[in-house]
Write a protein that binds this ligand. Structure first.
Ligand SMILES: [Zn+2]
Length: 492
């Protein structure tokens, strides 16, 4: 698929503050964006330790301070916003001329905000330990022993990383053990494990900064589309990259792109879906002409971070531009509304047995399919993990439904808590989306892992059916012994 990175263009009748448009080549839903609220300008400085200056033309310039400055600011609760001589002009609130919905408060109920604050503080201390442990001078690159970046984390987290290729990997536990830094820790570990940092001569300070920014640009208030989901998808992607057919043929560049695409594929997700953005006439929908709105935004946000951190700037311009394009093509493939298009193409290739992994185009297509599988692999995980994901995604759907009801909008399919249950949503999703995709993936990669995933999928579907019909209750499913694990579930 041809993807061309261009700065998006918004119709002139859509008012969007200049600073939002100019920010990293992507519009952000994050708290730095006045479009999504931030009624108190001081909130601007909370975002990943940013210090915000008002420049003379009122275009906000965000200088992101990592490490000590962040910790200092958090510890002393200082508002470090610096005002220009010209003075501070309050920024416009409301994203939309017809309907003003504050995305920052979409998931900001009390139970989330308390947890999010605690999590943020734990992360900061964890990062402080990291700084003490590495003491890397700016510009240090691959020649520094790489293992030292793992020293920040507890023994248990390190232990878990030794089995990072296990399909039973518990990302929720790993996220707790790393104080909410699962995405940074896991992605760094995997890049290092593949030798990609050394091979691409990535500056470790830039890389670390890039990963921290990526993690922080996920919204921890979203029950599902948050950094833990991104970490889970990255771990699944790693499992697929290790599969014999892929590991034999993929190049280092393919692997680097596959991992980065997984880590960034839902970047800055607002916790609502594309139909919601379209029906609320949101400017992002206009910007991307109602087509792969979220995926385009995720991709451009990722490119923005790559450029901001200059992670690939030491490579020839053609190379990093090409990597950005490929990253886009991978992320855009996760648009679930285009599922049938990709699945038919995959099926046709498998029927004709004409996938040639020596060809860059076919390898890229396989990477797209791998990322699609990783993105929706929750129902293929062991029940205890799968069930948690099902609850989280339903919570996010139903919350969107509540907002729609509040604003007297038509409630989106699956978002009405009166008409749906977790079980019926899951059974439909498994039957019409997950099973067809994983059946083809198992044809392509007929391995123990594929059989394990299909095994879990069948068991999980049966469990939801049982819970739906009342033939079993939750307690029947709690004891691991009460369920037969699919063969090979201890895959490592
Ligand atoms: Zn996703």
């Amino acid at each position: 698929m041809e993807v061309c990175y261009q700065l998006p263009v918004l119709p002139l009748d859509r008012p969007v503050p200049k600073h939002v448009l100019s920010r990293r080549g992507a519009i952000s839903f994050s708290s730095s964006s006045s479009l999504f609220g931030a009624p108190d300008p001081r909130q601007l400085s909370q975002r990943r330790g940013a210090i915000s200056y008002d420049s003379s033309d009122q275009t906000a310039l965000y200088i992101r301070m990592l490490g000590a400055c962040v910790i200092f600011k958090q510890l002393f609760s200082r508002d470090v916003r610096v005002r220009s001589q010209a003075g501070f002009e309050p920024e416009r609130r409301g994203s939309h001329p017809y309907l003003s919905i504050d995305f920052q408060t979409l998931h900001s109920r009390a139970e989330y905000s308390g947890a999010a604050t605690g999590r943020k503080i734990r992360r900061l201390f964890s990062f402080q330990r990291h700084l003490h442990s590495i003491r890397l001078p700016q510009g240090t690159s691959y020649s520094t022993p790489l293992h030292i970046l793992d020293e920040d984390y507890t023994g248990q987290a390190k232990c878990m990383l030794e089995k990072v290729g296990s399909w039973n990997f518990d990302i929720f536990l790993f996220d707790r053990l790393t104080n909410g830094n699962s995405l940074v820790t896991l992605t760094f570990h995997l890049l290092n494990r593949f030798g990609l940092i050394e091979l691409f001569q990535l500056d470790m300070v830039k890389l670390r900064r890039f990963l921290v920014l990526v993690q922080d640009d996920y919204h921890s208030q979203n029950p599902y589309h948050n950094a833990v989901h991104a970490a889970d998808v990255t771990q699944a992607m790693y499992c697929y990259l290790k599969e014999p057919k892929l590991s034999r043929s993929l190049t280092s560049c393919d692997i680097l792109l596959g991992l980065l695409a997984a880590a960034t594929h839902d970047l800055d997700h607002p916790g609502v879906n594309q139909p919601f953005l379209i029906k609320t006439d949101h400017y992002l929908a206009a910007l991307y002409r109602n087509s792969s709105v979220l995926e385009n935004h995720h991709w451009r946000s990722a490119v923005g971070l790559l450029r901001e951190t200059e992670l690939f700037f030491h490579l020839p311009a053609d190379d990093w531009l090409n990597m950005e394009r490929q990253l886009g093509s991978l992320i855009l493939a996760t648009d679930i509304s285009r599922q049938n298009e990709y699945l038919s193409k995959f099926r046709t290739h498998l029927d004709q047995e004409d996938l040639c992994l020596g060809s860059a185009g076919d390898r890229h297509f396989v990477l797209q399919m791998a990322l699609k599988c990783a993105d929706i692999c929750n129902p293929c995980r062991p029940w205890e993990l799968s069930k948690q994901w099902s609850e989280k995604v339903t919570e996010e759907f139903f919350h969107q439904g509540e907002i729609e009801k509040q604003h007297k909008l038509e409630v989106s399919p699956l978002c009405d808590n009166q008409a749906n249950t977790i079980g019926n949503i899951q059974i439909g999703f498994m039957t019409y989306v997950v099973e067809p995709l994983f059946a083809e993936w198992a044809r392509f990669s007929d391995t123990r892992l594929s059989q394990t995933m299909l095994g879990h999928l069948g068991l999980n579907k049966a469990s939801w059916s049982g819970l739906q019909t009342g033939s079993m209750d939750e307690s029947d499913l709690e004891e691991p012994a009460s369920r037969t694990s699919p063969q090979g579930s201890q895959e490592s």
